[in-house]
Design a protein around this ligand. Structure first.
Ligand SMILES: [Zn+2]
Ligand SMILES: [Zn+2]
Length: 326
């Protein structure tokens, strides 16, 4: 099968490799490029050692399934790249995104076939009507959207909340689309003019940095990996507000934040990464209910042969979500 192999920093090669063996196999129809995939391509990553196949935001069709799975050949599905165990201390504390004993899909999905463990349960059948095939590309957004919903849980959104999203990359834009669908006032601050124009075309309030008074917002999501923004928004958010560090910073990065804001103004600083299965369920349901609302986030799709171009386009900041089609 064809596979887009990550062979080292800034290196992606189209290779022919054997199809994976197993009883539960998915033929990939599309896989979104995640911020983590891009970071790995640009700088390397301690989890993903080359040579390996990246990609975990995928949909496809079942080509082999064990009887016990409940799936049939030809079913259209979206697969969560991991699932929590439900039993460890983190799961028991209901911090399931932090599960210490997750089961994973082994191997990435920038390729034609992915094998799942026989007893893998984090697979969801896409709704299908008689005359319409499911929108396979839009459902690749379920995983990033699940991460966004895990982020929403860390916020303290109330009746009179106003949300500010800092950075409208794909994740920032997903946050904005979520709050828009929920009817909760949301604004976006983004330095890139063309991204701003696109977000504004979705009827989302969008500003250049410097045009925004952060004290008007009680929940601020930092969806861009710039350490200096953390203190800036802790200092300026409304009293009692919550700042969510959603974008990962370098592992060694030390933040210094305004203690006055935390002590006297009761500002909370929190963060998150990943998702739990209930986030994945909710993301799946919300996208199913309004496919076209989320569809606009996917601005490009590339055949796997042009996988490297897809990464480069994303790196240049010229796309929102890019899907690779094997
Ligand atoms: Zn992802
Ligand atoms: Zn667990």
């Amino acid at each position: 099968m064809k596979a887009l192999m990550y062979t080292g920093i800034e290196q992606l090669e189209l290779q022919q490799i054997p199809e994976p063996k197993g009883n539960f196999v998915i033929k990939v129809s599309g896989c979104g490029i995640c911020g983590t995939d891009l970071k790995t391509y640009m700088k390397g990553h301690h989890f993903f050692k080359p040579p390996t196949i990246l990609g975990h935001e995928f949909t496809g069709y079942v080509t082999r399934a064990p009887e016990s799975s409940g799936f049939r050949i030809g079913d259209a599905v979206v697969v969560a790249p991991y699932a929590e165990c439900g039993e460890c201390t983190m799961c028991q504390r209901d911090l399931r995104a932090l599960c210490r004993n997750k089961s994973f899909v082994s191997g990435g999905a920038f390729c034609e076939y992915v094998a799942l463990p026989d007893d893998y349960r984090a697979v969801f059948k896409l709704p299908k009507s008689e005359h319409e095939q499911p929108d396979m590309q839009t459902y690749t957004l379920v995983e990033p959207f699940a991460c966004v919903l895990n982020g929403v849980k860390q916020l303290a959104v109330g009746k009179h909340s106003r949300i500010l999203i800092v950075g409208s990359g794909p994740m920032g834009a997903l946050f904005a689309l979520y709050f828009q669908q929920k009817g909760i006032p949301v604004s976006v601050v983004e330095p890139n003019e063309s991204r701003r124009a696109i977000v504004a075309s979705w009827d989302i309030d969008c500003h250049a940095p410097g045009e925004v008074d952060a004290s008007q917002y009680d929940n601020i999501v930092i969806a861009v990996n710039k350490a200096e923004l953390v203190d800036q928004y802790v200092k300026t958010i409304a009293d009692g507000g919550t700042v969510l560090l959603f974008s990962g910073l370098k592992k060694e990065e030390i933040l210094s934040v305004d203690s006055y804001a935390i002590h006297y103004r009761q500002v909370r600083l929190t963060g998150c990464s990943g998702f739990a299965m209930d986030d994945f369920h909710t993301a799946f349901d919300m996208i199913s209910q309004n496919v076209s609302h989320y569809r606009r986030l996917i601005t490009h799709s590339f055949p796997i042969e042009q996988g490297r171009d897809a990464f480069e386009l994303l790196r240049a900041g010229k796309a929102f979500k890019v899907v690779i089609v094997p």
